[in-house]
Ligand binder design. Sequence first.
Ligand code: HEC
Ligand code: HEC
Ligand code: HEC
Ligand code: HEC
Ligand code: HEC
Ligand code: HEC
Ligand code: HEC
Ligand code: HEC
Length: 481
Amino acid sequence: MFIKRGLSLALVSIFLYMLSNSALAASKEAEAAKKKELNNECVGCHINVNPGIVRQFLDSPMSNPPEKVDAVVCTDCHGEDHETADDYKNAEMPTPETCGECHEDQVDQLREGKHNLAWFAMKSQIAWHGQPGSISQEGYRGCSGCHKIGQKGLKGIMQGVTGEIEHDDGEEQENYRYGNVQCDACHTRHTFNKSEAQDPRACSNCHMGFDHPQWEMYMSNKHGVIWDIEGNKNVRGRAPTCQYCHMSEGNHAVKTSWGFLGLRIPTKHNVLALAEQNPSLKEPLEKLAKLLPEGNYIDVDDDPEWVLDRALIFQAAGILDANLQPTERFIEIVVQGKAAHAPDDFNENRVIMKETCNECHSKHFVDVHFKASDEIIKAADHEFAKAIKTVQGLYKDGILRTPPEWKYAPDLLQYYDAKTKVEQELYLILLEYRQRAFQGAFHGSNDYMHWYGWAPLKTAVATILEESRKMRAEHEAKHAK
Ligand code: HEC
Ligand code: HEC
Ligand code: HEC
Ligand code: HEC
Ligand code: HEC
Ligand code: HEC
Ligand code: HEC
Ligand code: HEC
């Protein structure tokens, strides 16, 4: 009796389960059919409106996935709210989070990496704020055309001498209908394929030119030359590509030790050692040291002279003030924008990079190459510091006067808005010559390192010293009258 009832109960529940399951399946099927129909409409109309987009998408990997995986359709990225020729403003434009529904890893890596900070870093520059509207608005000309690889809406929050980054929940993004997806910098729409992004040419539209000619340097070093001669093999070729070195194991974070500027944060003991040697600077340096990280840099030697040279560069960029204390720019550019690293990050990125080289070169060969490149930065810093000291002297002695709208002087971050010949030269040393010298060294492009980098750097320093002598002589002559 008991058993019988139990059995029939079990049968009933199995029956009910099957019924609900098939109802679920039926409703799922109906939903899928509806989705398919809707997308046929998108495709049917857009094949006339923008045939190129439709053709590219229908031929793309996402439209033709492996068996058992559902094909991606227009509405997965653009939503379902636009259906006619008139209401197209209701179409949604994707962000990385749209892609992240199916590609979580890549989005997480991008978010914690350097590309994600590109928009924030751009906006941290005074030069950006003085630009014509076409550069800063939706049209994405100039700075913003390259920097839209970064996330919009990142805001720096100051907390005393440190700070954090917060997101504004989409406020800034509302002013930009297009250009918020970031991923399409390398996987262009509507093909979105992997092989395009694995080709070094996919990086070349941004990593080129005046202050970061990595593409030109790659094409003029042995790696790029072999890549080109041997038929542009992007995977398993003899020569590494940009991605091989900078996105090892497909990691989307792209980080390097020295970064764009070739600067590092001095450590506590570096600064104390400098104070030891310069009693006149003891007080401000000890105060500064309290805020700095502990630890040691692997590979790079930190003699006090180099620490002082770098301090002068930071000072001329308004990152340290006249008294060698960190400014709001230190927080925005270094702490939040991560333009210079502390030992932890520096060392971690270096170890990963060297291991990548070791896949094809011996450890010792690689050490020698890195040491030589690090020393180029050191030598360039020393020349640069000489020039900075000279211009600082002109301000100190009243030969140059701080323009009323400037907070710091000299100010490297005024870029090409600098007012005098000597400061224009300083700007060129920062963004063109020093960059090319050290970036060319790491990328093994000897011509960039030497003739486009080191040589004009030396010329510029000589020009600054000569100009400064003339300015002093003129000043004295005027005051002697
Ligand atoms: C009856 C025709 C028609 C249908 C159906 C249609 N669209 Fe459109 N869509 C248009 C037109 C017209 C435009 C405006 C094109 C232009 O600006 O050149 C447009 C624009 C767009 C845009 C760009 C919006 C912008 O601001 O630039 C997207 C994205 C889009 N459609 C996606 C879709 C999706 C997804 C579907 C299906 C759910 C769909 N469309 C269905 C006609 C259609
Ligand atoms: C609804 C899920 C979904 C969304 C949303 C989505 N993808 Fe995909 N994606 C896929 C599937 C499925 C594949 C094919 C998987 C495979 O080949 O194993 C794929 C493959 C890819 C590939 C590799 C293509 C190749 O050549 O092998 C790239 C790159 C890619 N997607 C980028 C994007 C980007 C960028 C976005 C956002 C703009 C995005 N995806 C949004 C599901 C999605
Ligand atoms: C051709 C594309 C392009 C243009 C135009 C461009 N940038 Fe950049 N910018 C880059 C690239 C690429 C990098 C990274 C280079 C590197 O790390 O060597 C970069 C780096 C930077 C950095 C350093 C970020 C850091 O944390 O180290 C700042 C700041 C910056 N750009 C601001 C600007 C401003 C302001 C403008 C316009 C006045 C501008 N950029 C124009 C591509 C561009
Ligand atoms: C994997 C995501 C994805 C899918 C699927 C997708 N799009 Fe897009 N679409 C994008 C991205 C990303 C943009 C660029 C948005 C921006 O600039 O911010 C875009 C932009 C557009 C635009 C306007 C920009 C331009 O280049 O003219 C149109 C029109 C458009 N899509 C139509 C379609 C149609 C039609 C389909 C289906 C055949 C489709 N899209 C499928 C991601 C997608
Ligand atoms: C700086 C260029 C760049 C950007 C930006 C970029 N990718 Fe990639 N992506 C690559 C490269 C290179 C690969 C190939 C990596 C490898 O396997 O070596 C790749 C591979 C992929 C793959 C295939 C992974 C696999 O295992 O086959 C997907 C999916 C993908 N990316 C999605 C995205 C998404 C989503 C975004 C935005 C959040 C994005 N990518 C942004 C360069 C980029
Ligand atoms: C053989 C490996 C290798 C290849 C190939 C390579 N890089 Fe690099 N890259 C490096 C090394 C090493 C550094 C310096 C790392 C450090 O800071 O210690 C670097 C630094 C960088 C930086 C930071 C600023 C600088 O130039 O020093 C950027 C940006 C960059 N590379 C982009 C690229 C791009 C884009 C390509 C392809 C056109 C490329 N790299 C090719 C190894 C490589
Ligand atoms: C749409 C323009 C654009 C494209 C395409 C692009 N990048 Fe970048 N990249 C930037 C900008 C802008 C920055 C500076 C971001 C910052 O530092 O705030 C940057 C920074 C970097 C850095 C970080 C250097 C550092 O400071 O440590 C590396 C490495 C890098 N990119 C490699 C690549 C590689 C490799 C590719 C191609 C697969 C690529 N990028 C494609 C614009 C681009
Ligand atoms: C995928 C293999 C591969 C990787 C990874 C690689 N290289 Fe190379 N490299 C080569 C090949 C092949 C050559 C040309 C033959 C030779 O000189 O060994 C070369 C040449 C060089 C040269 C010129 C040698 C000369 O005698 O003129 C230097 C310097 C160099 N590589 C440094 C590096 C550094 C530093 C790294 C890492 C940042 C690196 N390579 C990563 C394959 C690689």
